[in-house]
Structure formats: C-alpha cells, structure tokens
Design a binder for this molecule. Structure first.
Ligand SMILES: [Zn+2]
Length: 250
C-alpha cells in the first residue's frame, strides 16, 4: 500500500533528525569535547597565536637584578645634569669611596624652601642648585651632590649620586649609607602628601631590596647634631616608623 502522508512526514522527520544528530556530533568533535580518531585539520593559513597584551597589575614593580640598578620610576641623573663626579674628592674618611653593601638609610631635607618647586623644570633647577652648593662648599667641598636620591614636592624621585659610590650626607657615617633627601625646609613648611607618599614607598622598596631593618632607617638628626630634616619631616618620620605607620607595616 501507498504509505500515508503521516508516515511520509515521520520518515522525513527521522531523516532530518538523524542528519542533525550527525552535524551536532561533528561540531562537538571540532570543539574538542570528544576525542576524535582523526588528526586536527591543518590549514595553510594557520599562524602562531600571539600572546595577549600583558595586563597592568598593581603589584610592586620588579627591582632591577643589578645590585645598584636604578629602581623603576626613578628619574635618571641624566635628566637633570651632564656633570660628572669630581673623583679626587671621593676619598672621604680614608675609604675608596665605593658604597659596598647597602646597610642603612638616612633621611634629609635640603633646608631650602620648596614652595615654588612644582614642575619638572623647577625640580631640575633645584637639583642643580643643591649640587652646586655641595661641590662649591668652602670647607671640604663634595665630589658631587651628596644624596643618592631626591624627592620633589610632586613626589617625583630623582637619582642623585650613583649608588655605587658613598654619598656625602652624614659626616663620618657615609659608609654603606643610602641618602634620601626631600626637597624643602621642614622647620618652616610641611612636606607635601605626594612627597611623603613617595618617601614611604621608596624607602620601603629599598628596605626590601637590601634587607634593611626599620631600626636602620634614620633621620640625619638621629645620627648627628643637626636640625635636618626639619621638625615637620622629623615628626612624620617618627610617625611612619611607629607601630601601625606606613614604614612599620612595609
Ligand atoms: Zn641632612
């Protein structure tokens, strides 16, 4: 007998249903959800997949592998001067002037009001002013700017004297001593929020880098009879090193 219309439809449905199942299985195989027996297709246009662009993270930037390498974010000396070191003056204290291991950190100010220091150009002018003052001292002129790093009121950090060399910032105690100066006269003004934030972050990073304990992070007046770094920065340094302070928690 001739099949009924219903049966014809049913057959067509069965056929179409089987075709769909086959397509589904093929797609599933391509998607890699089932292990097929055939090798993956190789297309002549296949190209290596480029790695994704690295995503910026909030983790601490990696320190340079070189022991004295310039930390990331620090503006190099070449941005503010092309003057070299006066090498004949590097033999302070009878040493060879080399830094050796970095074992301690001392904080200073330059005792010059920094209210007018805002732009990079302002900071460059001040850095040269400080260096000129140091190399032209009447008594025992320095070989170069005395500090290894300088922080300006905007929080920028500048490279001063190369860290491969001892600084000239605590008379008779420059061996193994990393000198950081914050621009300003902190008996007369307060350090900016940007400056002390940079100071905390930078000092913490150097403590970690060189394994320096908090007890070896001092201010100039804690090592010698001087007003440096001024009462307002001194007060800040006491707070940041006290229990719960930024450096104490670093
Ligand atoms: Zn000082």
């Amino acid at each position: 007998m001739k099949p009924t219309v219903d049966k014809q439809i049913n057959r067509r449905e069965l056929f179409e249903g089987g075709l769909l199942l086959g397509v589904a299985a093929f797609i599933a195989g391509c998607a890699g959800t089932r292990q097929g027996t055939l090798p993956d297709p190789v297309w002549p246009t296949n190209k290596p997949i480029r790695p994704a662009t690295p995503v910026a993270t909030t983790t601490r930037p990696a320190q340079p592998t070189d022991y004295y390498g310039l930390p990331s974010g620090v503006l190099p000396r070449s941005q503010w001067t092309n003057q070299g070191i006066i090498k004949g003056r590097l033999t302070d204290n009878g040493s060879d002037g080399k830094m050796g291991k970095v074992l301690r950190i001392t904080i200073h100010h330059d005792a010059i009001d920094s209210s007018g220091v805002s732009t990079k150009g302002d900071a460059i002018h001040r850095l040269n002013q400080v260096r000129n003052g140091h190399v032209n001292r009447r008594n025992e002129p320095f070989a170069d700017i005395g500090y290894h790093f300088i922080i300006d009121p905007a929080g920028r950090i500048w490279e001063g004297r190369s860290l491969t060399l001892q600084g000239a910032h605590v008379k008779g105690q420059n061996e193994n001593n990393l000198g950081v100066m914050v621009m300003g006269h902190f008996d007369r003004q307060r350090p900016t929020a940007a400056a002390v934030q940079s100071l905390d972050q930078f000092v913490a990073s150097q403590m970690h880098r060189y394994g320096i304990p908090l007890s070896r992070v001092k201010t100039h007046q804690e090592m010698a009879p001087t007003e440096c770094p001024g009462r307002n920065l001194q007060r800040y340094m006491l707070a940041t090193r006290a229990r719960g302070g930024n450096l104490a928690r670093a």
